[in-house]
Structures are given as structure tokens and as C-alpha cells.
Design a protein around this ligand. Structure first.
Ligand SMILES: [Mg+2]
Length: 110
């Protein structure tokens, strides 16, 4: 079994795979944005199929595996954008999570 990942290990793996995938060449943010939108669309399609099953509608069905894979793709794409722009995603998530809790007077903090 693989060790649990962290934001840092995802970033390192994304950086390493980018060297293989694109020979280390910079990709335009427009490509990254379309890539992310595509993966969000794929995740939404999996949600649609799950809802179709729940509502008893005819059409293609899926299980949680498909959604799990697409949500993973979304997260990977988000990290690729953050990588390209030098954003520390762990800090960004922590700051934003805590700001939202503070805004709505909720006690949960990261
Ligand atoms: Mg996908």
C-alpha cells in the first residue's frame, strides 16, 4: 500500500511528471484552465449518473469509483495550476478555510 499523500508529495509528483509529460516546457494557463474545466465537467457527469441511478431514470449508470477518479483529476489539475504560479496550495487552503469559518462565525479551523 502506498503511503498517504500530502500537498507536498502531490506537488513533487506533479512536478516530476510534468518533466516527462511536457519535457519540462511551460504550458499556457489557458491550457491548464481548459484542462481543469474538462475534469470538473467529467466529475459533474459522474454526479449526473449517480443522480440518474438515485432517481431511477434510464441511461448510463456509474458508481462512486468514477466520481472518485474524476475528483482526483480535479485536485491534480488544481495543483498543476498552483505549481505553475508558485502558489503554496496547503497554505492557500488553510487560509481560505479559516477565513470562511471566521466570516460565518464557525469554530472549526485548519
Ligand atoms: Mg478525468
Amino acid at each position: 500500500m502506498n503511503p498517504p499523500i500530502t500537498f507536498e508529495s502531490l506537488r513533487e509528483a506533479n512536478h516530476q511528471r510534468h518533466q516527462e509529460w511536457a519535457n519540462g516546457n511551460d504550458l499556457p494557463l489557458s491550457f491548464r484552465g481548459v484542462e481543469l474545466a474538462g475534469e470538473v465537467g467529467e466529475a459533474c457527469n459522474e454526479l449526473k449518473k449517480l443522480e440518474r441511478t438515485r432517481l431511477g431514470l434510464v441511461g448510463g449508470k456509474t458508481d462512486l469509483t468514477g466520481l472518485q477518479e474524476e475528483l482526483a483529476d480535479v485536485l491534480i489539475c488544481v495543483d498543476l495550476i498552483a505549481m505553475d504560479l508558485g502558489i503554496d496550495l496547503a497554505s492557500a487552503v488553510q487560509d481560505k478555510f479559516n477565513a470562511t469559518s471566521e466570516k460565518y462565525d464557525l469554530s472549526t479551523r485548519l
